[in-house]
Every structure is written in C-alpha cells, then in structure tokens.
Design a protein around this ligand. Structure first.
Ligand code: ATP
Ligand code: MG
Length: 558
C-alpha cells in the first residue's frame, strides 16, 4: 500500500512501523468502561482511534473494559454502541469485552506465578498501601508473604478463584520492583477478590483482573498494533510492557499516549456527570447541557460537527484546555450552510396593522437560506395582528436604535415596511400592543421610491401562529476551568443557574411540520431543533443548539 503522509506524532510512529516493516497493518481499539455515557472527550478518542486506523486502511475494535463488575450496566453498553455508530464509525465485528478473556487472563496469571513473577499477598489493601511507601520518598518494604513458594502461590490463587476467601482477604500481586520510583512498578495488584455478579459472566468469577493487567493482555489477544490512550497512563507503560515481556508474548502492541480533552465550562469526569444526573440537577445523561454525545445529539449537534471539532483540536502530548466556543463555532458553521431559516418570536408583543383589512391573511415569500441559492423560498402568512420580539420595540429608545419606535419605520422581513403610530398600555404603564400602518407599495420588503429603513425585524402572524416551548441553553458551569475549584470545593457548586431558559414562543406555521432531523435557523435567534424527548405534536419543544454570535472566531481574529 502507499503509505499516507503523517500529520501528527502518533501517525509518525505508524508510518515508521509500516516503512520499516515492523507492522504490515494497523489495528486500534476504543476501550470504554461501561460505567457511564460517553462524552466529548471519548469522542476525541473515538475519532482518533477510528480515524487513524481508517487513514492507514486499518481497522478498529470496540472493546468494553468490563473488569469492574459492580459499576457496569447494560444500559451503558447499549448507549455506547449507539453513540459510536452515530458519530459515524464502524468497529470490526464482533464487539469485544475484556470479560471474554477472563479464562485466558486467569491462565496468564497462573503463568506469572509459575515464572515466580507473581505472589498471593494476605495484606489488607490498607496495609499494602502502607508497605508500598510513596513517591515522595517513603521507601517500601516487602510484604511478609512476598516469598511464598510457587506451589503455595498456585494453591492459594486457585482457592481465591474457588471462592474460599472474603473480598480483600487476599490479592495476587506481580513480583516486580519495590524500589522503583514509579509506584506502578511496586508489586502492583493483578487479581483481587470481589464476590459480585458481573453483567456478562454472572457469578462465574469472584476474582477479577486489574485494569493494568487486563488491558495489555486484551490488546495482545486481539492483535492490537497501536494502543492509544490518554496521558495519565504514561507511567503505566512500563508495566504494560512488563506483562507482555514477562509472559514472552510476540508481536506486542505498542502503547502511545496523548493529552485528553479538557473543555471549558464543563466537567468530563464520569463520576461528576453521574452525580449531576443522580441528583436531578440535569434532565438526564442526554440533557442538552451535558457534554455527553447523547446530550449534544439532543441539543441538535450533528456527527459531522463533532468530528470537525475533534479534527480542529488535533492531538498533542501536553494537557490543555479547549475553549467550548470552538465547539459552538463548528456546529454554527455547519448549520449556517444547511439549516432552513424560519421565523419565531420568543418573547412576543402584539402588533396591530391598523390599515390592514380585518380578517385578511396574505402569503408572502421568504427565502429559506440566503447561504444556499438552491434552497428556494416558502410562503409565510401575514395578517392584521402579528407578534414581534418585545425588545424589537422601544417607546423611549436611545439614539441609534433602528428597530421599531414611535413614528419609526422598519422592514418586516419578507413582507412590508411598517410604521409605529400608537401604543396601548396596561394599568401599570407597560406597552401591551403596538399599532402600526403598513405601506402596500413595499411588499417583499423594499420601497419603489427608494426610501430606506435601517432595521429589519422578524415577525409571526398571530392568527396562524403555532405555540411552542423554546429552551435556550448556555454553559452548564460558570467556571471556565472546573478542575480548578478553590480548595475542597465541589465544582457542582458552580452550576450556571441560567444554563436553561424556557420561553413560550410563537412560531410561523411551517414549523408545526418539523421533523426530528430538521435543523432551523430562527432568524436573529440561533439554530434550533425539536427536542427528541419532550416534543409532542400537541406541545412542541424546540432546543436552541447554538446562538448566532460567534465568540470564538472573534477571539481568534484579535
Ligand atoms: P473516568 O471518567 O472514570 O476517568 P474514562 O474517561 O477514562 O473514565 P473510559 O471509559 O475508560 O473512561 O475511557 C475510554 C477511552 O476514552 C479511554 O481510552 C480513555 O483514554 C479515553 N478518554 C476518556 N476521557 C477522555 C478525554 N477527556 N479525552 C480524550 N480521551 C478520553
Ligand atoms: Mg478509564
């Protein structure tokens, strides 16, 4: 095959491996732990693993890292299938589970014992921690059980498997290097006892392999060539290699680390996300404010916008914080090209056209997408009573206010010039209705006499308006870096109270026919889609995917 050009340090390694003949193919894997829904950080890893393999005509396995029996759930497994597919990637069939390899992993553990490279320890987890010392200079001391004979270790390990001991009573540990400055190398645990039912293996096992042991061996069993993971595993790499080398396995996978995605104004820890869901502070894992893939989907993001984002952030070896506005930018750019325009009034105030015939409704043509010449126009009804945005009228406006004001004239998008002639107020002096006259010569929104108006505002005809609930979303947190909370504080104390604002809106009637896959630009308001969970024909709910204002592009331009 022609080897493509590398565009990052991971591809450098792959290109080199293919050129030198170290490898003749590429097989990566995405290894989620099914203990939560996947988030935008996982999406980065998915795009990286699947995208890299694809570039080199390779393949990618989906493997559930289900070595922790108590925290896992088939609900999560199903959601992960769904989300990876939705992002546009296909894994190699069949799907793999670390639990598929429990028999083989157990055999590998016995081999380690037989090689004199693992022992059964009776120290409690607390004692073990104490004995291991720390990397701040506290030396380790060997466990009194470290020098058990191979026979005794084998016998005890088999009895661990048979269920003779209680949780935590014994642990199989690698016999490695207690003086290593790398804590991962100080006789790490290989198997622990946990009498728990596993979502796939049921009660077959009461001992479970540790991640650091299961992971390299699962990679090897599947024939993974490049095992891409996040930076926190860098210090685990010597251990990853040690298991493979000690067991004398050939064609070993290579672990390569990259910096995880951190995104501003949100959290990425599954534990924190679960807490948000469990405490009812969001509407679920797919709440449109959540950084989960299902949350973004419900909010109206497309798979291509998320892939574009992952592409733009690139990969590196240094941790950094990505501005969430870049994500907003990616979806906005796409929807600007693809979304149909529509008119919706989110905070309505009534306008009456005094010189319009009672009961008459006329259709005007409004363009569907100025960015797309092929998108055509649609008919929008116009009549005597309309709604406009409350803040598009001001009774006592400042200078340079070009929207509707007493004696002022504006263009109603696609319809007519209207001029404000009077207002009605309630007992408290609030304007309840704005009276206007229209100029019949300005149909289509321009005046034949060359008269100009400075403002164009959107509107919805009252008699044909459709009611809808509209949800406006903002960042979930008020803190840019949620990893940087003051000492001892919980980032959940920094939730944005205005992260969701609900409006009772008036929509143009074409929106009653919207489908779940449709995307709209509500003129001057942003991009919207139906809410997949809560919208019903008799009660429409629209989500704002993103507003129109581009803070990212502006910041870049500066
Ligand atoms: P936790 O939230 O408990 O730390 P995790 O995010 O590591 O868990 P996993 O299910 O183990 O969750 O992750 C699956 C894969 O996704 C791993 O390879 C992991 O390195 C990668 N991954 C997880 N978070 C990020 C992130 N923020 N950026 C990039 N990759 C990530
Ligand atoms: Mg993990």
């Amino acid at each position: 095959m022609d080897i493509p050009e590398s565009t990052n340090f991971i591809q450098d390694i792959i290109v080199d491996d293919l050129k030198t003949g170290k490898r003749d193919h590429v097989l990566t894997r995405f290894p989620p732990e099914p203990n939560g829904y996947i988030h935008i950080g996982h999406a980065k890893s998915i795009c990286l693993n699947f995208g890299t393999a694809k570039k080199f005509c390779g393949k990618t396995n989906l493997r559930f890292d289900d070595t922790n029996p108590t925290k896992e759930d088939t609900e999560y497994v199903d959601s992960i299938y769904n989300d990876v597919h939705w992002l546009g990637f296909n894994w190699e069939e069949p799907v793999h589970y670390a639990s598929d390899y429990y028999d083989q992993l157990y055999d590998f553990a016995e081999q380690l014992i037989q090689l004199g490279k693992a022992y059964v320890d009776d120290l409690s987890p607390e004692e073990m921690r104490e004995y291991r010392g720390n990397d701040a200079g506290k030396p380790s001391k060997p466990s009194p059980y470290r020098d058990r004979s191979i026979e005794e270790n084998l016998d005890l390990f088999r009895r661990m498997k048979a269920g003779e001991f209680a949780d935590g009573a014994k642990t199989l540990r690698a016999k490695l290097d207690l003086s290593s400055p790398n804590m991962n190398m100080r006789d790490p645990a290989v198997y622990r006892i946990k009498h728990a039912t596993h979502h796939r293996t049921g009660d077959k096992w009461c001992i479970y392999p540790m991640y650091d042991f299961a992971h390299p061996l699962s990679d090897w069993i599947e024939g993974i060539t490049h095992s891409i993971c996040t930076l926190e595993f860098e210090a685990h790499r010597p251990l990853y290699n040690w298991f493979l080398e000690t067991l004398n396995l050939k064609n070993r996978p290579q672990q390569i680390e990259f910096a995880r995605l951190n995104l501003s104004y949100t959290v990425m820890s599954k534990r924190k996300l679960l807490e948000l869901v469990k405490s009812g502070r969001v509407m679920g894992w797919d709440d449109p404010r959540m950084p989960t893939v299902c949350g973004f989907r419900r909010r109206g993001y497309t798979p291509s916008s998320i892939r574009e984002f992952c592409d733009r952030i690139g990969i590196s070896k240094a941790d950094s914080m990505v501005d969430i506005n870049l994500l907003y930018f990616c979806i906005r750019e796409e929807l600007n090209r693809t979304a149909s325009r529509a008119m919706a009034v989110l905070d309505p105030i009534k306008v009456v056209i005094d010189n319009w015939e009672d009961g008459k409704v006329e259709e005007v043509d409004v363009e569907n997408n100025p960015e797309d010449p092929n998108a055509g126009t649609r008919k929008v009804p116009f009549g005597k009573e309309l709604f406009i945005e409350r803040d598009d009228f001001m009774e006592n406006p400042p200078k340079k206010y070009f929207r509707l004001k007493p004696d002022g004239e504006v263009r109603l998008k696609g319809a007519y010039f209207v001029k404000c002639v009077s207002v009605e107020k309630d007992a408290d002096g609030n304007v309840t209705t704005v009276h206007c006259t229209y100029d019949p010569a300005t149909k289509g929104g321009d005046s034949p006499d060359g008269r100009k108006v400075k403002g164009t505002i959107h509107w919805v005809n009252a008699s044909t308006a459709v009611d809808a609930e509209v949800r406006l979303f903002d960042n979930l947190f008020t803190l840019e870096n949620t990893g940087d909370v003051p000492d001892g504080e919980d980032p959940l104390n920094y939730l944005n109270p205005d992260s969701m604002i609900v409006k009772q809106a008036k929509l143009e009637p074409s929106l009653a026919k919207a489908n779940l896959n449709d995307r709209f630009q509500f003129m001057r308001q942003g991009y919207f889609c139906l809410d997949s969970r809560d919208s019903k024909p008799e009660h429409l709910v629209f989500n704002r995917t993103v507003g129109l204002k581009d803070s990212w592009g502006k910041a870049q331009a500066k």
